[in-house]
Design a protein. Structure first.
Lengths: 206, 99
């Protein structure tokens, strides 16, 4: 193995290492979101009836549509990786673009939802909210923080996928060398999993 | 830039069909969880919904995130992380429930 003496086209790549690196990062993310779910669970245990009541403000249809959107975006992301492994470059790019579009629609929906809640005076620190029960205040605090941080992750994912789409177009990501896309996919699926848990806990508790 | 196929690089590409089947299963589970919450609400609803969510997460993990095709080391790490989180939650509740 004298890769070091090569001056031509050899480049050191570590497929397993790169993938492991992304997984290790995802483990930190599992703990980040995991403990937020823990806070939610603990407060819900203590304030169950108020959480139940607060949940009525949530629009189940919106939540369900957003879930379908993210599940579908995970599909298109996974398909884009199989596509590039098969050498189907254009298809892979189109699938990545579809993932970006779906992610953006998700964020737009979130914006609409949040705007609606804010218009009804349900935002952290609002006089309307503060006049309500302790449990309700906690519910909405958790709602904004958890969906907010999740939304931030979706936004970051969209930006990164935009990069991988360009890389794929330029041939940097190809059938021999697809770690960037694959690991971005791992991140995106994780973000989907977080939402899979967020949905029932905030939208289906009535 | 040509790179040699490295050790550990799975040559197995998951078929489109498999992914689409998983997606359909995920949508079906979503339908079940919504129906369970809307029409069959009971004291067990939280548990049932969390269980269904866990099945969905498991499917995403195994198929979309490729865990089914990965080595034991990585599978072990994922299992360990989930175990740690579960322990943290369980220990916290062993306190919350007795206050």
């Amino acid at each position: 193995m004298d890769e070091l003496t090569h001056t031509s086209t050899s480049e050191h790549r570590d497929y397993v290492g790169a993938k492991l690196g992304m997984w290790l990062f995802l483990f930190t993310e599992i703990l980040l979101f995991g403990v937020m779910f823990l806070v939610y669970s603990a407060y819900r245990d203590v304030n169950s009836s108020e959480f139940h009541e607060a949940g009525r403000e949530m629009n189940v249809t919106m939540g369900a549509v957003n879930t379908i959107i993210l599940l579908s975006s995970s599909l298109t992301m996974a398909l884009s990786i199989s596509a590039i492994k098969n050498g189907a470059k254009t298809r892979s790019i189109l699938l990545q673009i579809t993932t970006i579009i779906l992610g953006t629609v998700f964020l737009v929906n979130k914006y609409v939802e949040w705007s609606d809640h804010i218009r009804h005076g349900l935002y952290p620190g609002s006089p309307d909210l503060l006049s309500m029960g302790h449990g309700k205040i906690l519910f909405f605090g958790l709602y904004y923080v958890m969906t907010g941080i999740h939304g931030l992750h979706v936004l970051i994912g969209i930006i990164v996928i935009a990069f991988t789409a360009v890389f794929t177009f330029r041939g940097v990501v190809n059938s021999e060398n697809f770690s960037k896309l694959e690991n971005t996919g791992l991140y995106w699926h994780f973000v989907d999993i977080v939402w899979i848990y967020l949905f029932p806990l905030f939208y289906l508790i009535t | 830039m040509k790179v040699e196929r490295q050790e550990g690089m799975e040559t197995h590409t998951v078929s489109y069909r498999t992914y689409i089947f998983v997606w359909v299963a995920l949508l079906a589970l979503l339908g079940i969880t919504i129906a369970a919450a809307k029409y069959y609400y009971s004291t067990y609803s939280v548990l049932i919904n969390l269980l269904i969510a866990s099945i969905k997460a498991f499917l995403v993990l195994i198929f979309f995130m490729h865990l089914k095709y990965e080595g034991r080391f990585l599978k072990g790490l994922v299992f360990l992380t989930i175990g740690i989180l579960t322990s943290i939650i369980a220990l916290t509740f062993s306190d919350v429930w007795f206050r």
